[in-house]
Design a protein around this ligand. Structure first.
Ligand SMILES: [Mg+2]
Length: 283
């Protein structure tokens, strides 16, 4: 069924922010620079080489994989189940070793086991490999969010998105924003996108994926909506899609990197823009 028509039949739609409601990527260059500046000088060249290689698909680390920082191993996984593992230099572990080390699905903790589920985690994982302190990584992230609030960070709203959300709400639908990002910069970004008046609920510092399910349950309860009448829209499968599926919600996976397999979500599209490209349908 047509995506927008199906969403219009919902009573609650929960949107992720970064990578979902906007498509800009040049802030990742800024983030990488901020990270590099906080690394020991001796590690900077290696950081840039591995980060560029990872971006260009020339490194074992890439978006869609995971980084086991505790053991310095790169992992390929399908829905958390490890299928392959490599040392940082690309040397593979044997199938037996993979099975022994990772008998259970991965539980990502954002510290020792990192899900490289979107582009934020690519420079971060490389930096963790080169020994960046957690505090320094956090500072690089916040410096990047500051940059994103500034005039220098240009954003292009997705044409038709606000009008569609507005009409959805006029017809009684509820909308929520749930983001792992902090509040002040996220509010500024929403303003830049013309979406600051688009949501009935706003959740910042959401701590997805650990707390996604709890947040979704609270939203369903607050707006008195059954999971089957609600949808989650996001670009990070572990954060935005898997927990919503477990609750029985509809799911829209924004898959800019072509990571999805056919049954990963109810709808899979490279960008929200494509849903509104054909004539900007109204409800
Ligand atoms: Mg996102």
């Amino acid at each position: 069924m047509d995506l927008l028509r199906s969403l219009e039949a919902c009573k609650l739609i929960v949107f992720d922010l970064d990578g979902t409601l906007y498509e800009e990527t040049h802030h990742f260059d800024y983030y990488a620079e901020q990270i590099a500046a906080r690394l020991p000088e001796a590690a900077r060249n290696d950081f840039w080489r591995d980060y560029r290689d990872a971006l260009d698909g020339r490194h074992t680390l890439r978006i869609g994989r995971a980084y086991d920082a505790a053991h310095d191993l790169i992992l390929a996984h399908r829905r958390g189940r490890v299928t392959d593992a490599w040392h940082w230099d690309g040397a593979p572990l044997s199938a037996t070793e993979v099975e022994q080390r990772y008998p259970e699905p991965l539980t990502f903790d954002r510290k020792e086991l990192l899900n490289v589920g979107d582009q934020w985690w690519l420079p971060a994982s490389v930096a963790v490999h080169y020994g960046i302190a957690e505090k320094a990584l956090g500072e690089a992230f916040l410096a990047t969010r500051d940059f994103m609030q500034s005039e220098a960070f240009h954003m292009r709203p997705i044409p038709g998105l606000f009008e569609w959300i507005d009409a959805f709400r006029v017809h009684g639908g509820k909308t929520a924003l749930m983001t792992n990002s902090p509040e002040p910069d996220s509010r500024t970004i929403l303003k830049k996108l013309g979406l600051d008046q688009a949501f009935d609920a706003l959740i910042f510092w959401a701590e997805k994926p650990l707390k996604t399910e709890a947040h979704l349950r609270a939203l369903l309860e607050r707006f008195q909506v059954a999971p089957t009448d609600a949808a989650s829209v996001g670009d990070n499968w572990q954060n935005d899609i898997a927990p919503a599926r477990r609750l029985g919600m509809k799911t829209v996976y924004i898959d800019a990197f072509g990571l999805a397999e056919g049954d990963d979500a109810d709808w899979i599209l490279p960008s929200l823009r494509t849903a509104f490209a054909a004539g900007e349908r109204r409800i």
